[in-house]
Design a protein around this ligand. Structure first.
Ligand code: FES
Length: 121
């Protein structure tokens, strides 16, 4: 299977400790990126509380809780570990978000690495 790389943003546009959501052509849910220092964590914007997933932000790019310690689904208040995607509090305890593969190039460009099969969700 061949892979594709989709440019999403740059490190310069991702403030440390913050989150952003990105539309990806052909995907119904956004990709969430959270930056922690030099590390990035990428997740589908699909809360696992309900089958099929629900968008989690209450407004644009608002994916974190107030203290910015966890990803938060604002529909029913579930919290997720930023690094593992596991729900640690709330309605879907123990379930996890779907990770997306990210790549940072030499110029600081941030890319989604994907395969065609992943385009369906
Ligand atoms: S839809 Fe996310 S906690 Fe209910």
């Amino acid at each position: 299977m061949s892979s594709q790389s989709v440019p999403l943003t740059t490190l310069a546009e991702l403030p440390d400790g913050d989150s952003r959501g990105f539309e990806v052509e052909g995907w119904r849910a956004k990709v969430i990126i959270v930056r922690k220092g030099t590390r990035l964590f990428g997740w589908r914007d699909l809360c696992p509380h309900y089958a099929g997933g629900t968008s989690m932000a209450w407004r644009r790019d608002a994916y974190l809780n107030g203290a910015r310690t966890h990803l938060a689904c604002h529909a029913h208040g579930a919290w997720f570990d930023i690094e593992t995607g596991v729900c640690v509090q709330g309605a879907c305890l123990g379930k996890r978000l779907t990770r997306v593969p990210l790549r940072i190039d030499e110029e600081g460009g941030v890319h989604l690495d994907r395969t065609p099969r992943e385009d369906k969700a």
